[in-house]
Design a protein around this ligand. Sequence first.
Ligand code: CMC
Length: 362
Amino acid sequence: MANGLDDVVAAETVLSDVDGLGGRLTIRGHSLPELAGRWRYPQVVRLLLDGFFDDLPGDAELAQAIGRSRVEVFERLQPMLPALVPLDVYSGMRAGVALLPDGDTLADALLMIAAPAVLTPALLRGERGSPAIAPNPQADHAADMLRMLSGTDASPALVTALDTYLVTVCDHGLNASTFATRVVASTQAGLTSAILAGLGALKGPLHGGAPGPVIEMLDAIEAGGDAAGWLRAEIARGERIMGFGHRIYRVRDPRADVLKAVVRQLGAEGATGRRLAFAETVEQTALEVLRQAKPSRSIQTNVEFYTALLLEAAGFPAEAFSNVFAAGRVAGWVAHAREQQTTGRLIRPQSRYVGPVPDLVA
Ligand code: CMC
């Protein structure tokens, strides 16, 4: 279908491949299970950026450089926080990113990669009237993000959970936000302009804005007590069930299982365990309701369903889930922007005009 560019191959990439029938995600030659929970986020940043910057250092040095970039983002943007905090937390992050230099060096790239991780906790604390906490350049990226949010060191399990999440969502083929990023990069605009395009596209509920509504759905179903009735009523109203369906996957999104395992590790008992058990029953009901409502389409669980549970367990409010998604996906955006720039080719497709034609003058 022309309007959604379904099945159109619009770029060649060495960065990632989504196998929608096999349910597999490959990131630069590595399967998702090889990376998630085994590589730290800065290592995956290096994997994605390799070959796109002449001065890219090794793993340890890059992790330190990302730490220094967190500090630089904080120092540049802390004076602006009073203007950003009154915005919703996603818009505040996007506005903050827009204030960073629009270059295309490695230093510019690392500011982009650091920015969502620094701005999100600062803006959330600002909403509560608490002062922002400065980054610790020596700390692990995910650990620092959690510390800047809560003010205390997070448990190793929680750090691993957030780190695994960031790795799991770091790149995913030519999704809407990555395509938007590449379009802007193809004009030879700077990385900040390209990342802002990605941030704009990620915000929508059909893409990165889905996990917040997943929490609303779980809460509404829990309050009402009738999962199937609630889900059927939503579909009857023409609404989509958040956390289900995908343009490419016809089978279960492999990222969903990775994140579900992480949530399980976070707590089989207690609030997280109860939430997980409830979500699993809602998931089964939703899959059945969707099977009945859309028999011709294989609608399966996508990454956002368990993203919601993981980020909730990590202490992020639902309003900031898309921010945390951006904190992971930004590495893929930067790599795709650079890959597109190296082609030297402007992305400029055509449209087919179906509007009225002007009257012919006699
Ligand atoms: N709930 C209800 N109906 C659905 C859903 C859903 N979640 N997903 C697809 N459908 C319906 C859709 O309305 C269409 O019905 P009809 O033919 O009667 O108009 C049919 O299934 C075919 O849809 P499709 O072509 O498979 O799906 P798509 O490519 O148009 O949409 C999607 C993909 C992700 C936008 C859609 O599945 C959706 O809106 N899901 C809910 C939002 C969501 O979870 N988004 C996160 C996506 S994964 C994260 C990411 O990679 O960004």
